[in-house]
Design a protein around this ligand. Structure first.
Ligand SMILES: [Zn+2]
Ligand SMILES: [Zn+2]
Length: 100
């Protein structure tokens, strides 16, 4: 037996079993593609996710190249989030004082 799986702590603090020996299904809603929890299907570069990725597992159809300068792959949501850092919705930062 090789090192087919290991355990990491996920973003929610729960221990998750990861690795090529762990079968799972693509986490994209409505996708039923059978994959495993190997790095090849991981969103991000570390199991459990990091600040740029959710740590989910997606099939080849739902994984995209990470933005330049980043490692690993990204799911569609994380790719869009990381695509343009200047796009961080300015509206959220604007406080409007409209005292009438
Ligand atoms: Zn993701
Ligand atoms: Zn998929």
């Amino acid at each position: 037996m090789g090192n087919m799986y290991s355990f990491v702590t996920g973003k929610n603090g729960q221990e998750i079993k990861v690795g090529y020996g762990v079968p799972t299904t693509c986490e994209q809603p409505r996708c039923t593609e059978k994959i495993d929890r190997g790095l090849g299907y991981l969103c991000g570069s570390v199991h459990g996710g990091d600040e740029y990725s959710c740590g989910g597992y997606f099939c080849g159809q739902h994984l995209y190249m990470a933005p330049e300068g980043h490692l690993g792959n990204r799911c569609i949501l994380c790719r869009d989030n990381g695509a343009d850092p200047t796009e961080h919705s300015p509206d959220a930062m604007v406080v409007t004082f409209s005292a009438s």
